[in-house]
Design a protein around this ligand. Structure first.
Ligand code: BTN
Length: 347
């Protein structure tokens, strides 16, 4: 670890540390400590000098490349080698991941095994502190302001391709619920197919995008984009989404550190995609708050005439929502959008 990273982790652990102690623990001169502190400040990390020559970290919710890698190697050493990139600001982590994949060339050899590029990008993670053009499902935008959320995309390109694309989004939703439970002990709920709720408000959305090989018809790779609100932001009010959008800190009496949350989501997503599907679906069902409720189905958003009322009765093994229509017949929905009640949907 270089001096800058060491100084940062010492300050994260102790908050105030004297320049002398930092120098001795890092085995460098005080001038080198001063240089490292200034380098950290230029990365946007707020470090204050104390009157007795020490340093104080203002805010330990740090989200830099180095700190993310440190968090990973501490909490999940097995994930350390994977490609990761952390941006202060980006248009969209999903768009960037798409660019990476389109420039990467072939991810697989004819026998299905991964090429060098495939090995590099399978399980890669791209995170951003903010997005200027965050994208949601069905062409919507996803408001992604700085300091109040975690926006990440994971590239999934397993050997042999993707057999069950429909399950990726649903499984990732369960993985986010697990990460939140693991870190903060709170249970989230899922609104089919990809919205995560806490205390009646949406705290997380997932946008999964796939790349198909037209010759073989297989899904080559997927980008799992996850946006999670950690604290309320005034822009929710300005954009009239505060009725719907919530955050974890609004419920939790504790400050969240984004690096830790991103690392735990990352770990849980990678693990869940290798798990027994039946177990994950049953966890998804338990967390799903639509079952037993009357809902409005919006097969094509924007076409008000195509909506209909139904009762959500189950989630099947393909993560499709099973609904019962007023005439008693049932239908399995694998895509589309649903809202609670028989009311009007406002995109
Ligand atoms: C939705 O609720 O409709 C899905 C929202 C998905 C947002 C995430 S944030 C990270 C990734 N990058 C994007 O542009 N979108 C996804």
């Amino acid at each position: 670890m270089n001096t800058k990273d060491k100084v940062l982790s010492l300050l994260v652990n102790d908050k105030i540390v004297s320049g002398e102690k930092l120098a001795s623990l890092c085995g460098v001169s005080r001038a080198a400590i001063w240089k490292a502190v200034n380098a950290l400040r230029t990365e946007g990390i707020q470090i204050e000098g104390t009157t007795n020559g020490g340093y104080r970290l203002y805010d330990d919710d740090i989200f830099t490349q180095d700190f993310f890698e440190q968090t990973l190697s501490k909490d999940f050493p097995e994930l350390k080698g994977f490609h990761s990139e952390i941006f202060k600001e980006i248009d969209s982590t999903n768009t960037y991941a798409k660019k990476l994949l389109s420039q990467a060339g072939n991810l697989r050899l004819p026998d299905g095994s991964l090429t060098v590029a495939g090995k590099k990008f399978h399980n890669a993670i791209i995170c951003a502190e903010s997005q200027t053009a965050g994208r949601g499902r069905l062409g919507r935008s996803f408001i992604s302001p700085a300091k109040t959320g975690v926006y990440l995309s994971i590239i999934y390109a397993p050997q042999g391709g993707i057999k069950d694309p429909a399950k990726i989004t649903a499984f990732s939703a369960v993985a986010v619920c697990r990460a939140v439970k693991e870190l903060y002990g709170i249970e989230c709920q899922i609104k089919w197919i990809n919205d995560i709720y806490l205390n009646g408000k949406k705290i997380c959305g997932i946008l999964t995008e796939g790349f198909t090989d037209f010759e073989t018809g297989t899904i080559e790779s997927a980008i799992i984009g996850i946006g999670i609100n950690i604290r309320d932001n005034p822009v929710f009010e300005q954009n009239n989404v505060s009725q719907i959008a919530g955050s974890i800190e609004a419920v939790l009496d504790k400050k969240i550190t984004r690096c830790k949350l991103a690392a735990h989501i990352y770990d849980n997503v990678l693990k869940i995609l290798e798990e027994d599907p039946a177990t994950v679906i049953s966890e998804y069902k338990k967390a799903s708050f639509l079952i037993g409720k009357t809902i409005t189905v919006h097969p094509i958003i924007g076409d008000a005439n195509s909506t209909y009322t139904a009762k959500a009765i189950d989630i099947d093994q393909n993560a499709s929502l099973i609904v019962e229509l007023p005439d008693g017949t049932t239908k399995a929905l694998s895509s589309g959008e649903v809202s609670l009640g028989s009311g009007f949907y406002r995109p």
